[in-house]
Ligand binder design. Structure first.
Ligand code: MRU
Length: 347
């Protein structure tokens, strides 16, 4: 089962809104369909959104190439498409990172044909680089654990959210290969149940022992010493290590601090937003009230009940034990440590 594949100038996406009950694929032949898939969470997770957006720009360029435009007019039109794709979701910085990286090629290419080739190659390398980054994150993360432990994770930061084995779930999968995993507790992750539907499914398929809990059980699981570490992914990390991730991560971090349980963030460098001093300015997506008023189409509140539905929260760096990247682990992240890490690895 593959989260996305690029074949014959089409992007095939696994429809994650239907998992785990139905395995269905969406064939995207135009960029608008990819943007819609990102909006609907048919493709989701920061690195996967980034890669999908890069392929969407290739589709946009292919479509525009039929119009015989001058190169400068072509680039103008492509910019509009880029902005349309970027508007799909606001929080995961990988979306903007991938679109900027691919659109920047317009300045170095001279012809439409040259640009299309470069866009496709770059989209493929964004995908491939993420596969490798996931593997490295998995290895650096697994090395943090010296004995068998139980881990709690939130949302889905696995193969379904990336191009490779996953970030948080990459750490868990590599640790499992090294016989270091007793049990993984997967938070259900209301409102859209990425934990109950996707993480449980992905870990089950990978043969990793997994138990689902509802989000409000996490504190009790910690109190009863049922987990020794928390590993989650990220959607955007500021210069100082403040981290936006799926709503509920902040609550876990506060509980973890109380119970002296280390919370690790596993994320590639593409998830850092070095333009932001701290997490204050990270845009938090608010999604449809329907997601809280119902579960998979079945109403759970009185009709039209007002709800608040932020899709992400920001965990201050002070609550984070370490950020696991493809270049190594930044322990107890601060602005100074992250800057030194960037210098050391020329990032
Ligand atoms: O709304 P989603 O499902 O796209 O949210 C995903 C998350 O919050 C993930 O934890 C994050 O993107 C990291 S995925 C490797």
């Amino acid at each position: 089962m593959k989260t996305m594949s690029w074949t014959a100038k089409q992007l095939i996406l696994l429809d994650q809104t239907k998992l785990p009950l139905i395995e269905e694929y969406i064939t995207c032949t135009d960029y608008q369909r990819v943007a819609l898939a990102i909006k609907r969470l048919e493709v989701r997770g920061a690195p996967a959104i980034g890669a999908a957006a890069a392929f969407a720009l290739v589709l946009a360029a292919l479509e525009l190439s039929a119009q015989q435009l001058s190169y400068s007019e072509f680039v103008n039109q492509l910019k509009n498409c880029q902005q349309e794709i970027a508007a799909a979701r606001p929080t995961a910085v990988n979306l903007f990172w991938a679109l900027e990286k691919t659109f920047a090629l317009t300045a170095t290419c001279q012809t439409v044909a040259e640009l299309i080739t470069a866009l496709e190659q770059t989209a493929l390398s964004i995908y491939q680089d993420d596969v490798q980054a996931n593997q490295k994150i998995g290895e650096y993360g697994a090395a943090l654990f010296t004995e068998q432990i139980n881990i709690l994770t939130h949302c889905n930061a696995g193969a379904l959210a990336t191009c490779g084995i996953g970030t948080a779930l990459g750490v868990i999968k590599v640790a499992h290969q090294q016989h270091k995993i007793g049990m993984v507790y997967a938070d259900e992750t209301r409102p859209l149940l990425q934990g109950a539907r996707l993480t449980s499914f992905e870990l089950q398929q990978a043969g990793v022992p997994v138990t689902v809990i509802t989000d409000n059980m996490a504190g009790w699981v910690m109190k009863n010493k049922m987990i020794q570490a928390i590993v989650v992914g990220a959607d955007r990390i500021a210069q100082n290590g403040d981290t936006a991730n799926k709503i509920g991560t902040y609550s876990l971090a506060v509980l973890a601090k109380e119970h002296q349980i280390p919370l690790y963030i596993a994320a590639p460098i593409s998830t850092f937003d070095f333009s932001l001093v701290d997490g204050e300015a990270i845009p938090i997506e608010e999604r449809s009230a329907l997601e809280v008023q119902s579960i998979q189409g079945v109403a759970t509140t009185p009709p039209a009940m007002p709800v608040f539905n932020p899709a992400f929260d920001v965990t201050p760096a002070a609550y984070i034990q370490g950020i696991i990247t493809e270049y190594g682990v930044i322990q107890q992240p601060t602005a100074a440590k992250i800057l030194a890490f960037r210098k050391q690895h020329q990032l």
